[in-house]
Design a binder for this molecule. Sequence first.
Ligand code: ADP
Ligand code: ASP
Ligand code: MG
Length: 411
Amino acid sequence: MPILVMKFGGTSVATLDRIRRAAKRVGREVANGYDVIVIVSAMSGETNKLVGFVNETSPMYDAREYDAVVSSGENVTAGLMALTLQEMDVPARSWQGWQVPLKTNSAHSAARIEEIPTDNIMAKFGEGMKVAVVAGFQGISHEGRITTLGRGGSDTTAVAFAAAFDAERCDIYTDVDGVYTTDPRVESKARKMEKVSFEEMLELASLGAKVLQTRSVELAMRFKVKLRVLSSFEEYDPNAGTLICAEEEIVENKPVSGIAASREEAKMTLVSVADRPGIAAAIFGPLAEAGVNVDMIIQNISEDGETDMTFSCPVDQVQRATAALNEAQDKGEVSFHELISDTEVAKISLVGIGMRSQSGVAAKMFQVLSNEGINIKVIATSEIKISVLVDRKYTELAVQALHDAFELDKA
Ligand code: ADP
Ligand code: ASP
Ligand code: MG
């Protein structure tokens, strides 16, 4: 039997009624002749609630226990989905990550999948089971402890299963009917894309479009998984949603395909750092060791042997970054006069493979933001993206103005 992977996100399993609706879709694919692997998220809001419990109990928590707690939301939905399918006379069984076993490394709360043995589930398909319901987001480490794959990780579970089982397709069911030119909750004129390339989706995801976890796109690209994003709320349509596919399959010549925004950013500036060889290493080494994900970096021109160094990082890592830099200063590894943190910034990014061949995109972006009176704090570019940091209060305005200016509402 061909295998299909169907993943249902939090809102798609938020209530028993929604689980029943999702189960009906699964039943339809079984009737179409597939053996189905269903990956479920926790009911919407559950994971946030569990994370809250952990933070309240232990702010400097042990990540192994964090994973033990936050992985549990998916266990509930996996069991409920299997029960719902059984009630519909569809032979189904649930698996928690450790039962598969979905093996990961030991990087708790951000673990990487290493192996998914297929024999266990394939044997059950061989015995007449039609649906394997797997709890997303979780796995088991070499030490035998439960791990999680980072927020949004059920997408990655789904794609990894599709690759391991050589599935015909991996369908990601969510609360929007596909991938849009930008978050449709921010810009009502956002347009649904029929297709988007792996490269662009990778950038959009990593720059803040949470519709797919970045790692899931990486895996789909590497293992050539046919990946589709579609709504679990809409009526069944075999051609619905957005297909994430190879660049060659897309005939599109716009320079910009989409806009991503990330609100959870911070900008930190080390004022008057002694400018000497090795200074960047002395600053960013300790930050890396402290697990700070530094993104954009700018070093000013130096004056009298001193310079300012600015970088951006996720806003929830500011405390950790501050501690690491103060410690480096105490040890005499770096010296700076002041450390300024701006925790009210957002990153706005334009993404498009068309940028490789068309110039002037950055200039136009800066002009549009300037027309709106939005000050740009940091700029970073790569082959197919341009990102700027702006005051967070301008996030919507910036996204909407850029969406208009680059005419992304028009196909
Ligand atoms: P799920 O719980 O199903 O995993 P998520 O909340 O993780 O769903 O992801 C879906 C959300 O992603 C949408 O509700 C939407 O607000 C947001 N989103 C951000 N950028 C985009 C985009 N470019 N296209 C579609 N959705 C987007
Ligand atoms: N429930 C997890 C989260 O909210 C994983 C997921 O939904 O993909 O991050
Ligand atoms: Mg998600």
